[in-house]
Design a binder for this molecule. Sequence first.
Ligand SMILES: [Mg+2]
Length: 200
Amino acid sequence: MDIKVYLFDFDDTIISTKIYAELYQPLLKMVKSKLKLTNSQLKQKAEDLGLKKNKFDRWDTGDLCRELNLLEEYYQVLEKQIKVMPVLHDTVINTFKKIKAKKRKIAIVSNSMRRTVNAYLHKYELVQYLDFTFTRDDAQCKKRDDPFWQKLIKKQKLNPRECLVIGDDPEQDVIVPKKLGFNTFLIKQPQDLLNVLTVD
Ligand SMILES: [Mg+2]
């Protein structure tokens, strides 16, 4: 197998999501005060919008604010925190450099919004390593949905057999892309990134 394109998940693969844990309560507080909601009214509203809590028992605050038309307010809080909080896994740059030394392509495939991904890429000057980024905004859906991968294949003219999807989520980064022909690499910890080049 000759891997030509390495497709990296973003949250908990490239960056630590502790930033979202830290901002969770402040963001909920902001939403409640802007919309004058109590805790239970907010819970009801999130459920009415079809939002589900993630594996950490938290709503995705980006999704929540997007649905409630509070994205500007959301980014005011998030972008400020991105500037000051270290979140990049320390194995990323080394891994990217090794892949580039082999003249292979690197891309980000993420459920996050493009503006969020860009804020981190800019902070850590990662754009120089990347051939493209593909986000939920490009796909109009998330990685658990087949169309995410189908649109990615079409837009970037990929042969999935020559691609390796690297991520921490057993369903969205392994089961679903595998179904569409991609090779996959599940990571359990940031250290595992250093082994992606052994898949070849
Ligand atoms: Mg992830």
